[in-house]
Design a binder for this molecule. Structure first.
Ligand code: SF4
Length: 484
């Protein structure tokens, strides 16, 4: 670990991201736009806080009784002919899907957007079983062609310039295209349409299951979700075991808040609620519908009081858009499937012995903006502090930083030492603030400040301490109240 408790790998990825002008501008612009969209939706809604209360309560209710809620779901879904499978971990989830593919003699699986499939690395498992896995969500397809990971939960390709997308399509099709969005989207549409009809399997995620009706729901702004879940004869929906609400009324709470929190939309273009395979009198739909309920670390999280509430997450991405770290470096700097504040919390929980994921708790300013934005009020900042404490207990902290913090803690406990230390820090701060030659020289020779100053100009500290300024204000107030 280096300064800030982050490994060199993380710092290199962040440094790489900061060096890419397009990525920085695109991520900032997109997260700003999504945040503005959400703010507008909040203003329009009027009752937004009441909706948040309702959704927070219904998600926590479902999590608190998860085993019973899942039992009801299995019972109701099975009654409609849905086949529900349970997978303890990623390997088991992949094995179930591969086995279904083998049983159907499948050669091609058309996939809708699913972060869970990224998490369990389903594409790799299908490819190993000689089943082609084709992403049909436009952003996911671009990512697949580029051999990358999504960099945002809902906008996987936010980091990629249009010219790069054009080049990918040109290599794929062996043709020449322009950079126009219409042309690029048209190319993707033409190429993907034919594949839906050829696909033996349709694989999607599940935004939320409804126990009362035994249904699974998908929110989407592209028509591919409907085609993937309708055209192939066999449809498999992958569902994290926590992605369930008890009743239709709870689902309405979700419908109000998921699109508004994610993109600022009142509702997504498509909401598909799947109740089972095609019935005899129906023209469309799969002949078989399988739901694979995946645990992969979630039971352990459920048993852990400190982090249980994170299971209420609806994967809207609002915390990513609000996070100053994410909106500066984008998703790939995190090096994990789930980036941003929610990723920094759940990734270490899903793989508790993975050092690389443990450090993510340090990639945060702890400003609390994620908590403010979260539609289900998950206290992400508290969880990040708790993960940091666990890291220190497990000896993962940076030694010099820990020593510095111990000294600071002692100094803060003694008022005159604290005041004296502040005076020294303000005096020293004046030498390193600004971007002149002298500050640059001092920073260059002060290793502990180098990383902090690499991307920003340090602000000049005030001449007088806050406590002195506060005392002045209090004295002025007193004089005012005396009528003098
Ligand atoms: S933690 Fe909250 S804001 Fe972040 S993705 Fe989950 S629900 Fe959305």
């Amino acid at each position: 670990m280096s300064a800030h408790g982050l490994t060199d790998d993380f710092l290199q990825r962040a440094q790489h991201a900061l060096g890419q002008d397009f990525l920085r501008q695109a991520v900032r612009k997109t997260t700003d736009r999504l945040r503005d969209g959400r703010a507008q939706a909040v203003r329009e809604a009027g009752d937004f806080e009441a909706w948040r209360d309702a959704l927070s309560a219904s998600r926590r209710r479902a999590i608190a009784r998860l085993d019973a809620v899942l039992r009801v779901f299995v019972e109701r879904a099975s009654a409609h002919g849905v086949q529900v499978h349970f997978a303890a971990d990623a390997a088991e989830a992949c094995a179930i899907v591969v086995e279904l593919a083998r049983a159907k003699g499948a050669r091609l699986a058309a996939k809708g957007k699913s972060m869970l499939s990224e998490e369990i690395e389903l594409n790799q498992a299908l490819e190993a079983a000689c089943v082609e896995a084709l992403e049909t969500d436009l952003g996911e397809w671009i990512i697949q062609l580029a051999g990358e990971r999504p960099s945002h939960i809902i906008l996987p390709v936010v980091h990629k310039p249009r010219a790069e997308i054009r080049e990918l399509f040109e290599q794929h099709g062996g043709i020449t295209l322009s950079d126009e969005t219409k042309v690029l989207a048209g190319y993707a549409r033409d190429r993907l349409r034919a594949e839906f009809l050829r696909a033996d399997l349709g694989i999607t995620g599940c935004n939320m299951a409804i126990a009362e009706t035994g249904a699974v729901a998908l929110f989407s702004n592209e028509g591919n979700g409907r085609m993937v879940s309708t055209l192939p004869k066999t449809h498999i929906a992958l569902m994290g075991m926590e992605r369930i609400v008890e009743t239709r009324a709870d689902f309405v709470d979700l419908m109000r808040l998921l699109p508004r929190s994610a993109t600022g939309q009142r509702i997504t273009t498509y909401v598909n609620v799947l109740h089972g395979p095609k019935r005899t009198h129906e023209l469309d739909g799969p002949e078989e519908l399988h739901v694979v309920v995946v645990d992969a670390g979630r039971s352990q999280q459920l048993a852990d009081r400190d982090y249980r509430e994170a299971l209420a997450c609806i994967r809207c991405g609002a915390c990513l858009n609000a996070c100053p770290v994410y909106s500066t470096v984008g998703g790939h700097a995190y090096g994990t499937v789930y980036p941003g504040p929610i990723g920094a919390v759940i990734e270490p929980l899903y793989a508790r012995d993975d050092e690389r994921r443990a450090e993510l708790a340090n990639a945060s300013t702890l400003c609390g903006a994620c908590h403010e934005a979260c539609p289900v009020r998950i206290p992400l900042h508290d969880m990040l502090v708790s993960l940091r404490q666990a890291n220190v207990r497990q000896g993962r902290g940076d030694r010099s930083e820990l020593a510095l913090q111990r000294v600071a803690a002692r100094a803060m406990a003694v008022p005159f030492v604290y005041a004296g230390g502040g005076a020294v820090a303000r005096w020293f701060g004046r030498f390193v603030a600004g971007d002149g030659a002298w500050p640059r020289f001092v920073l260059h020779h002060t290793p502990v400040l180098q990383a902090m100053a690499r991307q920003r100009v340090l602000p000049k500290p005030p001449v007088r301490a806050f406590r002195d300024q506060w005392a002045d204000l209090a004295r002025e107030d007193m004089r005012g109240s005396d009528g003098r």
